[in-house]
Design a protein around this ligand. Sequence first.
Ligand code: BLA
Length: 514
Amino acid sequence: MQQFQVDLTNCDKEPIHIPGKVQPHGFLVSVSSADLLITYISQNTGHFAGMNAQDLLGKHINELSIALNPTAPAEQLSQLLSVGKHNKSFENINPFGIDINGQAWYIIINPSGNQLVMEFEPAESNLALDVQKVIGRSVTEILSGRNLETLLTNAAAEVKKVIAYDRVMIYRFNDDGHGEVVAEVKNDDLEPFFGLHYPASDIPRQARELYKINLTRIIADVYAEDAPIITYQKDAAPLDLTHSGLRAVSPIHIQYLKNMGVASSFSISLIAHGELWGLIACHNYSPRFINYKARDAAKLIGQLLSSALEYRQDEEDTEKLQQLIAAANTVSGNLKNYGNLQEALVAGKTTIKDITEAAGAAVIFNNTITTIGNTPTDEQIADIATWLQANMSDAIYYTNRFPEIHTAARAYSNTASGIMACSLSKDLSELVIWFKPEQLTSISWAGKPDKPVEKGEDGLLYLNPRQSFEAWTEIVKHTSDRWSNEEVSAVVKIREEIIYAINRKANEIRLLNE
Ligand code: BLA
């Protein structure tokens, strides 16, 4: 099989579901579903079975059964497979406890194409606590969080109790795929990652797809050498490990973890409205395996948090919309009997800027520019207005990548990577414009170039947050946070109010003059 050479430019093309290897804390045996003959086997099976892995290829699964435990019935494994096949699901079987050389192991079975993949993992637990008990209490603890932030921190704390890792983070994906550590519970001696943002490329697209299918992912020891999967069939397709827990990890992600000083990593998917909302990302600074049942408990916490998230997220979105609309109402109140339009919009405690989440806003009216908050200079605003007059076809225009469309704006992308404009007059000479800054300059990125460049012993640069940050910089340059539907709705509303107020004023003046 041809090896895929992964580097920083082709991360999202790496076929990580068919690595041809497993992590060596367990072993894998795959049989053809039709005749239960062993078709694929991980080379390290030989350490546990009294037979060479190569010699088991092509044999009936009963032979493995005998090799693993000569005192157990030879049909133990084949019966298990038949029951699952009959029920068309292995859900009730997984994990199945067996004894290998006096040690407790679990078998986890998943179908893959015409194969039944059996994974063998140690069942022993290095956790002192009774996971089942902790879970019951966890639920109450987690859900007692009234707002999203406490909810997330509670969940991180409970996960830390269940799996006892050194650091537990809640990592949330933004619309553009980049992520932020929004909650963190860690040992005191570790530096915090809370509030840091990481490029989308750190968790490539196909990895996210897999985390939607498998809700937990353990990387037990980044220093362990993977065990190759062998097959006797010439030119056989590589075994699809989409559903496999032992699936070997991409070398680039392993390097990334090593460079972060991490020896073991565990993540739990958080899903809201069918999409990957984020991950509970856990690090341990020494190798650490957690068994299937503890992973299942952690998964349950993730699922609970996921459903609580959907609800709280909707609540917070509604709250945000209400806040924006309330600001719009206050500003329209100021517009009643106004003396000067600009003043009504930008003076006062609540201003036109608060109708969106922009950092600044400008009102262009009667040939004057009035600004509030963080905006480009008047000259630059005049340049934006000229561009809008030539290019705006609807009453409202918005983009979060303005300097990519209007190259002159690159000079002031720090204040106006995002713009939203609404016209107040037909000839577009009167406008309100809102501004959002470039994300690159407004967010704390992990690995931002204010950190020293890290070099390996051989003097070469290694993949680390800084290096992937540099690649990402090229992608997010000239980009601001997006404009939400809530912000657009608030702008639509205020535009009508302003135009109404202007017309009313014009009528009053006309009547006065008659
Ligand atoms: C997977 N990358 C991951 C995962 C995380 C991160 C959490 C899930 C697997 C795990 O638990 O380790 C990234 N981890 C982070 C981030 C933080 C963290 C951002 O703790 C922040 C605190 N990774 C890269 C680059 C590539 C890459 C540049 O940095 C590609 C070129 C690949 N990341 C990559 C791949 C996976 C991954 C392939 C999937 C690993 C797997 O499940 O096999």
